[in-house]
Design a protein around this ligand. Structure first.
Ligand code: 3HC
Length: 293
């Protein structure tokens, strides 16, 4: 089977990033900083403009910290083009999808990418919790589909969680590991399973912190302070929930709860559900466990 699979003769040179949001623009940034030619694709020019502005802002922070010279930041920006058409991914060697976590949307998008992209292209998903096998099933190239789970904020966090689907070929894993390393990241691999490793461990911890708050065990500042000062976490679990987005945490808890057949240890707390339904989503809505307005 592997002998019949088309290979990338020159390795990965061009990358398409689907989605210009928080994760997508971060991925485009680290890819361009690594010298890849990048096309960032989203459905509206406004989203692309905001994504580019976020990249410029992030790079200017890096330059200000004297971790990069302005010339290199300008070079990275010049390597990024934008498009509102998925067809712009046609000549990409690697597509990294970072669109909203809606399973049907991911499946239809991967079906389209499969038709648009060259047969040897690798289709990677930055999904935080949707099954890589299910995404791969939406294509005719399941051996060239893989999870490439970057962490938020992408320019800062070292990890890329590499998720191998049942049919992902070893050549694809090797190329994606190599590309992640070139982006300055540390790729660590796991197999497809609900929440993979990162969110299977992280989100129940955050949910537990929310339960403790709901039960009146402590105030948010105390819960976060205890985890920061006592466990050396850089940020407390409630502040981290605000950074990730409460809707995302709830979505992942639901995936874990369903994926592990209703095991009550993964049941999302009522407070989390209520805050999401009230539109308190954390930083992005201006209010979560803390106020950002
Ligand atoms: N671009 C470039 N640099 C940035 C940046 C950005 N977007 N955001 C922060 N930085 C840099 C700052 O310039 C600063 O640099 P310095 O160390 O030289 O001063 C450094 O990062 C720290 O930033 P700040 O001083 O502004 O703020 P903090 O000290 O509070 O750090 C943080 C911010 C790095 C986000 C820190 O709070 C942290 O590590 N938080 C935990 C993040 C985390 O756990 N992420 C994983 C989330 S889970 C996930 O993404 C999976 C998903 O599926 C849910």
């Amino acid at each position: 089977m592997d002998n019949l699979t088309p290979r990338l003769s020159m390795g990965i040179e061009r990358i398409a990033v689907l989605g210009a949001g928080q994760m997508g623009n971060g991925i485009a940034q680290v890819a361009a900083c690594a010298g890849y030619e990048v096309v960032m694709i989203d459905i509206k020019q406004d989203y692309l403009d905001n994504g580019l502005a976020a990249i410029e802002n992030s790079l200017s922070r890096v330059v200000k910290k004297e971790r990069m010279i302005q010339q290199d930041a300008d070079k990275a920006i010049s390597l990024i083009s934008t498009s509102t058409e998925k067809t712009s991914a046609a000549d990409a060697d690697l597509v990294v999808e970072a669109i909203p976590e809606i399973p049907e949307l991911k499946f239809s998008t991967f079906g389209e990418l499969d038709l648009i992209c060259k047969p040897e292209a690798i289709l990677a998903s930055n999904t935080s919790s949707i099954s890589i096998n299910a995404i791969a099933d939406a294509t005719n190239r399941p051996d060239r589909v893989i999870g490439m789970h970057f962490m938020n904020p992408v320019p800062v966090m070292k990890l890329v969680e590499i998720i191998n689907g049942q049919e992902t070929s070893s050549e694809v894993t090797e190329l994606v590991v190599e590309a992640s390393e070139r982006m300055g990241k540390v790729p660590l691999a796991c197999n497809d399973s609900p929440g993979f490793i990162s969110n299977r461990i992280l989100c129940p911890m955050i949910n537990e912190a929310i339960l403790a708050l709901e039960e009146g065990v402590a105030e948010p500042e105390a819960i976060d302070g205890i985890m920061k000062l006592g466990m050396n976490h850089p940020i407390g679990p409630l502040a981290l929930a605000d950074l990730i987005g409460l809707d995302t945490i709830l979505h992942i808890m639901n995936v874990l709860h369903e994926g592990f057949e209703g095991n009550p240890k993964y049941a999302p707390s009522d407070l989390l559900k209520n805050m999401v339904s009230e539109g308190k989503l954390g930083r992005k809505s201006g209010e979560g466990f803390y106020n950002y307005s």
